[in-house]
Structure formats: structure tokens, C-alpha cells
Design a protein around this ligand. Structure first.
Ligand code: ADP
Ligand code: MG
Length: 278
């Protein structure tokens, strides 16, 4: 049996008289990518922020890696990484300076170049070497110079680059679990796929990932298990595959003949998979 790294029992959150979360229970297993899905206002961010110790709860119990949220919130903070809303960064600082700043806040030494390399915002050792090769193709040289964002300011990044950077900041304290609240909202298909690769890569190194998303294709591709929330309740929790099979077994059929490609496939086919201004 996989180990439970987060347990949530009968979690309740009231804002005044409004019941945003109405007694939900679920577990997250170590090493999985767990998705929280649901329409706007379902209570996803509220739930995440309570587990992240950033918001108080009205009732229920939460443990994170065996730590009780009520008794050991500071210990929980040390083992989790939280993606902040991207507007929260100092826009005029260079990326390396921002990483150094976070490193100071977390009291954890961090190698800014290494962190940026993790999220593909600076050159790999091979690419750095290539840059100094005599006779390097001009176009390739420009591509490499453009890829190195270490001296760029946060405000100069594209949407996808901002998201990748903010994911890098969640990794500074080498967390066991990271929380990503709608990391791909507003990104184009290439940037979204690039972020999926990054999230899979982070998980493959043993980090548990909790993510919210509005994109069902994303949840289907990325998440080991998902919980679907609506109006403060979890209405289903399982693997995407099992949920789809269960629906099919009820006799459900798509109203339209499904083609073997969709418009997004066309778009990716025409514009290519490589990153642009992501
Ligand atoms: P989601 O992330 O699923 O879109 P949220 O957790 O942000 O949902 O919000 C759930 C509900 O709680 C929404 O109806 C929202 O308006 C309400 N809500 C969220 N934060 C507050 C707050 N600080 N004060 C009052 N109501 C809030
Ligand atoms: Mg939200």
C-alpha cells in the first residue's frame, strides 16, 4: 500500500455564514500527482490554502506527513512548497536575485543557476559549452542566448516562463510536497505541455504534487488520481481512467462520433511542439 502523505477528515470552512467547504475527506499518497478539479467557487483554493497553513479552518482534521495541522503548522511549512500567485514577485529583480531572496526567506542555501536549470530557464552545461564553440550557427547562438533568462527580470518573462519560474521557487526548500493552484491557466498549448513535462519530472524525483486545473485533458494526462469538487463537496475521487470506465459502464456514449484527432492536435501538428515565447 502506498503511504498516505496527506489526510483530510471532515474539513469544513465557513466564510461568515457561507459554507465554502462542507466536510470533505480525502487522502493523498506519497509520490502521486493528485488533482483537485471543479468549477469556479467549488472550494479548491480554500482547501489547498488550509492544508498549506495559509488559511484557518472551521472544522475537521488535517495531517501532512504525520504532522498535525493544528499543532505543528511550522513543521508543515518546512516540508511543503507553495506556488504563489505570480503577481506577488518583485518585478524588477533578476531571476537569480529572486531565488537568492527566497533562499534567504527559507533559510535554505540554493544555487540560483541550478534552480533555473531545473525549470529550463537557463542553459544546460552542454548548451553553455556549445555557446562558446567557434563557428556556431548564428541562429543557434541567438536561440541559446535567448534561452538564458538568469539575468532577465521577472516582468520580462512570458506567461509560461513566469509559471516555470514560480514552480522553481516552490522547490527551493526541497519540499516533500508541492501545491500548484491552476499553474497552466491562460497558457498556450505548447507552454502547457512543457509545464506537464516539468511537473512529471518533479514527481519522478519523489516529490508529491497537488494541482488544481480547469483543463480535463490535463487532469487525464497528468494526474494519478483526482477529486472532483462541487459546491464545497467532493463528489467523486478516483483515477481518471477508472472514472471514465465507470461512466462508460453506465451505458454512456458521446453524442458525436469521436474523430481520432481533435483541434488541439491540429494546432500542435501545424505549429510544432517546440517552445516559443511560452
Ligand atoms: P475555487 O478555488 O474552487 O474556485 P475558492 O476556494 O476560491 O474556490 O472559493 C470557494 C468559495 O468561497 C467561493 O464562493 C468564494 O467566493 C468564497 N470565498 C473564497 N475566499 C473567500 C473569502 N476570503 N471571504 C469570503 N468568501 C470567500
Ligand atoms: Mg481557486
Amino acid at each position: 500500500m502506498p503511504k498516505k502523505i496527506i489526510t483530510v477528515r471532515n474539513l469544513v470552512k465557513h466564510y461568515g455564514t457561507f459554507e465554502a467547504v462542507k466536510g470533505i475527506s480525502f487522502d493523498v499518497f506519497e509520490g502521486e500527482i493528485f488533482g483537485l478539479l471543479g468549477p469556479n467557487g467549488a472550494g479548491k483554493s480554500t482547501t489547498l490554502e488550509i492544508i498549506e497553513t495559509l488559511r484557518t479552518k472551521t472544522g475537521g482534521e488535517v495531517t501532512v506527513d504525520g504532522l498535525d495541522l493544528d499543532k505543528q503548522p511550522d513543521d508543515i511549512k518546512k516540508i511543503i512548497g507553495v506556488q504563489l500567485q505570480t503577481s506577488g514577485y518583485y518585478p524588477a529583480l533578476k531571476l537569480t536575485e529572486l531565488i537568492a531572496l527566497f533562499s534567504g526567506l527559507y533559510n535554505t542555501p540554493a544555487d540560483p543557476q541550478g534552480m533555473l536549470r531545473l525549470v529550463n530557464l537557463t542553459l544546460t552545461a552542454e548548451e553553455a559549452e556549445k555557446l562558446h564553440e567557434p563557428g556556431l550557427d548564428k541562429k543557434e547562438k541567438r536561440r541559446l542566448l535567448d534561452k538564458d533568462k538568469s539575468k532577465a527580470k521577472f516582468k520580462e518573462l512570458s506567461g509560461g516562463q513566469k509559471q516555470r519560474f514560480s514552480i522553481a521557487t516552490t522547490l527551493i526548500n526541497k519540499p516533500k510536497i508541492i501545491f500548484l493552484d491552476e499553474p497552466t491557466t491562460g497558457l498556450d498549448p505548447q507552454a502547457r505541455r512543457n509545464l506537464w513535462d516539468l511537473i512529471r519530472d518533479i514527481r519522478s524525483k519523489g516529490t508529491t504534487v497537488i494541482i488544481t486545473t480547469h483543463y480535463m485533458d490535463e487532469a487525464e494526462q497528468l494526474c494519478d488520481r483526482i477529486a472532483i469538487m462541487d459546491e464545497g463537496r467532493i463528489i467523486s475521487i478516483d483515477s481518471p481512467d477508472k472514472m471514465i470506465d465507470d461512466l462508460v459502464n453506465t451505458g454512456f456514449e458521446r453524442p458525436k462520433q469521436v474523430k481520432s484527432a481533435n483541434l488541439e492536435d491540429v494546432f500542435i501538428h501545424l505549429t510544432g511542439k517546440q517552445m516559443r515565447e511560452d
